[in-house]
Structure formats: structure tokens, C-alpha cells
Design a protein. Sequence first.
Length: 343
Amino acid sequence: TFHQRVFSGMQPTSTLHLGNYLGALTNWVAMQQTHECIYCVVDMHAITMWQDPADLKRAIREVTAAYVAAGIDTKKSIIFNQSQVSGHAELAWICNCVARLGWMNRMTQFKEKAGKDRENASLGLYAYPSLMAADILLYKATHVPVGEDQKQHLELTRDIAQKFNNDFATEIAERNLGTGDLGFFPLPEPMTQGPAPRVMSLRDGTKKMSKSDPSDYSRINLTDDAETIAQKVRKAKTDAEALPSEEKGLEGRPEAENLVGIYAGLEGVTKAQVLSQFGGGQFSGFKAALVDLAVAKLAPIAGEMRRLLAEPAHIDAILGNGAERAQAIAAPILADVKDIIGF
Ligand code: ADP
Ligand code: NA
């Protein structure tokens, strides 16, 4: 069997929000107890769509600060920036040559992101899932926490790993580079996301909380101060009924369900537990409690991010150290891959 190693990443395209925190980061923090973890700031993925260079540079530091402030421990885990480890680009090319056009043509996220003007999308956006495969396989990662929208890409990663293992089975065996009959690359397993796998918009309970939503009141950013958090929670859309005392009373009430889910995620309890405390009460009282909880949990993260961002050299040092450690794992794996394929 393979050693349990987690790989995950986020694009430095904007400020992280409560969805990223409850859906991914809290889970990443928890996994440090049980797995070797590698967390990447994926700037090479970010440029598949146009990014202003100065904004990109700022966002790389900001996402790094968010990882650290949320509780990723750099003594234990690796935090690094994708473009600083050249093996991602090198292995991505090899993955491009293993992946089949037919597989790539099935990727639904490309169709969504490219939109109607597909002829004008970048080749990088089309190849994005193949780069993601390279990110994971470069470290022989065994577990990948992924949201709904990345599940299909992880399937593709498994297909690429499997095809590589098959296409080069002889060379892998000759060099004794296989792990039992599992092949050279492990087939990475998806891991379910954090305590709140889908945090919805505060303005519309049927839409995902997202960085691309034009309304700033739709999301709580990790950099929001206490007063901003309070305003956003108070303005959050709700219905006129009281909170139900059981979960089935949330059916057909997406805004209510979302706020209860956020409370549960922040407190680390179930929705049922939240309802046993607040069921029967009005939203005004619940929202006041949610403001207190959100401020208590998120304000220290925002404060720590501000402190870190005031010292960019320190953040750059974290990324430099992380890149060295990532490179140390990646280099021998990439050397084996090159030897296997005949480079
Ligand atoms: P990327 O394009 O880097 O995947 P996203 O902002 O879409 O950036 O997502 C980063 C991570 O945060 C992913 O793991 C994703 O599943 C998670 N995430 C994003 N939005 C939400 C949300 N509203 N609820 C739960 N998880 C979310
Ligand atoms: Na995403």
C-alpha cells in the first residue's frame, strides 16, 4: 500500500470566503492529525483565465496567509506555490500526452468556464484537469479533498494514473518501481469536504456562496472585520417563520437551512444540535447568536491574516521553505517518471 498523503490547493484569484473555510480549510486543518499534508497555492491554474499580474501577486500572499491563519501548521504540513516547483509543469506535459482528447472533451467545468465563446478560451483552461492530475501525481498523493465541482477532475486523474501504470507496466516492473500490483502511481481517493460541504449565498439560498457573486453581501470574506460580519449576517435573507425544532422542518427553506448549517459548521456540531437549542425561536435572536459565533471564530483569523500580510517577506519565506520541501518529494518521483518513459 501507499503511504497516506493528502494534496489539495486553491486558486489565488480572490479573497477566500466562509465557503472556502467551512467547505475546505477546516477539513485541511483537521487532516493534519492523520495524514501527511501538502497544500498548494495554485497560481498556474489561476492564469488559465486572465489575471492582473499585481493582483495575482497579492492574492498568492493572501491565500498563503489564509492557510496559515486558519490553522495549517507549517512545521507539520507543506504550504507552497505551484509555479515555484517546476515539476508541476513538466509532469503536466507528460499527463497531456497520456490523457485522451475524448476524456478532456467530457469535462463539464471547461464548458461552464469557457462559456459561449469557446473558440476564445485558453488552451490552458482546456488542459486544466491534466495539470491538476500532475499536481496530485507529482507527490503520489493518495487522498484528495475535493468539492463537488472537482470530482470529475479527480476521476480524470485516476484515469491518467491508471493509463500510465498500464502503458508502462513493463518498464515499471523492470525497474521495480511498482507498489505491489498497484502500479507506479496510486489512484487517488476523493475525501469528503469539511463540516459544511456547501455553504450557500446569504442573499439566495439556492446559489453557492462564491467569489464570483457580484453582491458582496452574498458572502462573508475571511478578511471581514466584526462590524462587516455583523451587517452581512443581519442582512442575510430568511423567511418569516420561526426556526423549526427538527431538521425536517428546514425542508424547502434553503436560507434557513443555510444559516443553521453555517452555525453548525462554525461551532463544530450537527444541525440537529443547533435546532435543539434554537428551535421555536425567531431569526432575530438566532442571527444575533450567529453574529457572536462568526465573529468569535473568524475575527482572530482576519487579525492573524492582517498580521502576516504586514510582513510579506515572512510569507515569501514560508513559500520558499515549502517549495524546497515539496521539491524534495517531487524530484525523485519525476526522475522515475522520466526514466520509465524513456527520457
Ligand atoms: P478553486 O477554483 O480554487 O477551486 P473555489 O473558490 O471554487 O476555488 O474553491 C476552493 C475550495 O473551496 C474548493 O475545495 C471548494 O470546494 C471550496 N468551496 C468553494 N466555495 C464553497 C462553498 N460555497 N461551500 C463549500 N465549499 C466551497
Ligand atoms: Na472550484
